[in-house]
Write a protein of this length. Structure first.
Length: 267
């Protein structure tokens, strides 16, 4: 399994991507805030950018997902890395269980996400998707649980005691074809919109030949930081449920596409 260095010293570049030096400075942590979540007190939206893995694009060999998480000014807030063994990735594909570590700019693991193995068929109401969010690692702060419906996808946001607090309603057809795909975050009664998870259109070449996605997560700035962290965890579940899929490329078509527009495949 992947190993990370948690030495308590600030770093000036993103783990795994040399040369990037634009981390968000840590604000003062409010009382009761889990260590590392103080960054979320100063933001009302996050951009979650999955890194493009060219080996995966060329061969279809599924690799561990890695994500850069930024604020609206482009400053990096966190770095998230999936930690799943090779056999599980290849055999289970997007339905795979995973552990994911979320690191801050001191390379501390400030959040831990756990997704168990579940059936991806909506015809199995007893085996629906969920993800557990811990912050700090070992302390559960909430869950995101799929609810059984006939047509639209529906995810329930729950606190640490499994009490529902919000709902995420997906579109009838979560297909990204030249436009963004929106997942509104609503109150339990459905009468008010609290925020939005948006799968952003990243361009034809990247959409066709990779499974690397960009997401936006919007919420009120005064929302509890634990709820913001749970919504960020929901973004990863949405990715795996609807947009994580293997891409098999023929070498000729891949070469032609890269020659015509290689810049569009850059992270």
């Amino acid at each position: 399994m992947a190993q990370y260095n948690y030495e308590q010293q600030p770093v000036q570049q993103q783990p795994g991507v040399p040369g990037q030096m634009n981390w968000m400075p840590a604000p003062q942590a409010p009382i009761g805030c889990p260590p590392g979540l103080e960054y979320l007190t100063a933001v009302d939206q996050l951009l979650v950018q999955q890194q493009v893995e060219l080996l995966e694009a060329f061969t279809g060999f599924e690799s561990n997902n890695k994500y850069k998480i930024c604020n609206s000014m482009g400053q990096q807030v966190y770095f998230a890395a999936e930690d799943t063994d090779c056999c599980t990735r290849q055999c289970c594909g997007p339905a795979r269980p995973f552990e994911m570590k979320v690191l801050d700019n001191m390379q501390r693991e400030v959040m831990h996400l756990s997704r168990p193995l579940r059936c991806q068929c909506c015809c199995c109401p007893c085996c629906l998707q969920e993800i557990e969010i811990q912050s700090p690692p070992g302390t559960v702060i909430g869950y995101v649980e799929q609810k059984w419906t006939w047509w639209k996808a529906k995810l329930e946001i729950q606190d640490a005691q499994r009490q529902p607090i919000m709902m995420i309603n997906g579109p009838c057809c979560p297909c990204s074809c030249g436009s963004d795909v929106e997942f509104p975050i609503q109150s339990l009664d459905g009468n008010s919109e609290i925020g939005m998870i948006t799968k952003q259109w990243t361009g034809l070449a990247r959409e066709m030949f990779t499974d690397a996605e960009n997401f936006g997560v919007r919420f009120p700035q005064d929302l509890d930081v634990k709820f913001k962290a749970i919504l960020m965890g929901a973004c990863f579940l949405v990715d795996f449920m609807f947009f994580e899929h293997s891409k098999q490329l023929k070498s000729t078509s891949c070469t032609r596409t890269l020659n015509l527009g290689s810049d569009s495949l850059q992270p």
